[in-house]
Ligand binder design. Sequence first.
Ligand code: PRP
Ligand code: URA
Length: 211
Amino acid sequence: MTDLAVHIINHPLVRHKLSLMREADCSTYKFRTLANELGRLMAYEASRDFEIETFKMQGWCGEIDGKQIKGKTVTLVPILRAGLGMLDGVLDLLPTAKISVVGLQRDEATLEPVPFFEKFVNDIDKRPAMILDPMLATGGSMVATIDMLKKHGCKNIKALVLVSAPEGVRAVNEAHPDVKIYTAALDSHLNEQGYIIPGLGDAGDKIFGTK
Ligand code: PRP
Ligand code: URA
């Protein structure tokens, strides 16, 4: 697996919380809470290389140097539906983020992503983007989302994923080697139905309580 380019977030809190999500009887409420908590921790890690600039400000004792994040505000890009399950947590850390939305539904037979919605924020060509999706399985949905963002001129793209399969990481690495993937876990493989093993099961169903 050393040939895969992926940033695995090995923080003890991340490992602990992800294990709680893997429990077969994890409730909708608990799963959704944990997805947001992990989104928050992952956003902290994925924003580590944001550029900082210095500006002059008035402190209590006079003028001082302040620091601020340089450039246009990041856009978060949740992939419907399951990506919404991480959005609030990420927004806790990046409250001024603009939100772009991509709707993709994986065809259960072919495993191909079927697009049904897209709405990107203004100036997307000047903003960094963070794609949010709990699952990176075949990689089809992530590659299609990156394709859409790049078609709109977006140049600085990161993917935040709770659980990745090697197949999905490879697909993204091959199609978009410039996109850095942050994940809480790199799991073993995909089963015949395209589910990640051991994975989380159907993350969308667990977040929305539809199963
Ligand atoms: C899931 C998941 C990803 C996609 C991953 O969404 O949230 O978007 O599948 O699979 P892939 O890497 O093989 O494309 P799904 O299409 O099931 O929709 P949902 O979010 O409504 O559950
Ligand atoms: N989508 C999911 O929700 N889970 C998987 O394991 C694969 C795709």
